[in-house]
Design a protein around this ligand. Structure first.
Ligand code: SF4
Length: 220
């Protein structure tokens, strides 16, 4: 039985409840910093580096730019690729400072498509990072297609077309460009992939068992 995206999200919500404070951060800029630091590392390492930046009072664009590369490198070291990530953070901070008066929320004044284009021009900001900033820092309806989502959809056999943009648009259309519904759907997929649909999935008892292609293939 093939399910729609909304039906999948509903079943996941029935299983895990509504995710509350899933991407917790004190400011939108902290969300953006987390979106860059989370590349190729665990969230625990990101939290540790964000705490270190916070302790030094550097979680504003101007303070980060003033701190300079060597200091930022030292503080984000735990996330790996720290030299690159330090450069990416400084570029993001300069961009927010120069273009938006140092307040990331001022970005909301630009149309989403234009903002996304701008973000994608920054070093270290690919589609997933740009969409994380738009969705979680600015509450704009821009779905994040991460590795969890891609693996989950492939296992489930939900065909949303090929490539990042096709999957993104399918979610945005299914959830009527509602940022709250999109962030909830993304959070539920990540929660499901961390708790059950892991590298080696724990399918027994999965709420999607009856409609999962991987499960059906394993039975053959
Ligand atoms: S049945 Fe297994 S593979 Fe399919 S969604 Fe559930 S956990 Fe993932």
């Amino acid at each position: 039985m093939a399910l729609s995206i909304s039906e999948v999200a509903l079943l996941l919500e029935q299983e895990y409840g509504s995710p509350v404070g899933w991407w917790s951060a004190e400011t939108p800029f902290e969300v953006a910093v987390g979106a860059i630091l989370t590349q190729r590392t665990s969230w625990a390492n990101v939290e540790s580096s964000i705490d270190a930046l916070k302790r030094e009072g550097l979680l504003t664009p101007s303070r980060l730019v003033d701190a300079g590369g060597a200091k930022v490198e030292m503080l984000v070291r735990r996330t790996g690729f720290y030299r690159q990530k330090s450069k990416y953070l400084l570029e993001l901070a300069s961009y927010v400072q120069d273009e938006y008066g140092g307040d990331l929320l001022n970005m909301s004044r630009r149309p989403q498509y234009q903002l996304r284009e701008e973000l994608l021009k920054l070093r270290g900001v690919g589609p997933e990072t740009a969409d994380s900033i738009l969705l979680y820092a600015l509450s704009m309806p821009s779905f994040v297609v991460d590795a969890y989502t891609t693996r989950f959809l492939a296992r489930l056999g939900l065909d949303l077309g090929q490539g990042y943009d096709s999957i993104k648009q399918s979610f945005e259309s299914a959830f009527e460009n509602d940022s709250a519904r999109l962030s909830k759907a993304h959070a539920l997929i990540v929660i499901h992939c961390k708790s059950r649909c892991r590298t080696i999935p724990v399918c027994n008892g999965c709420p999607l068992l009856c409609s999962c292609r991987l499960e059906a293939e394993q039975k053959e």
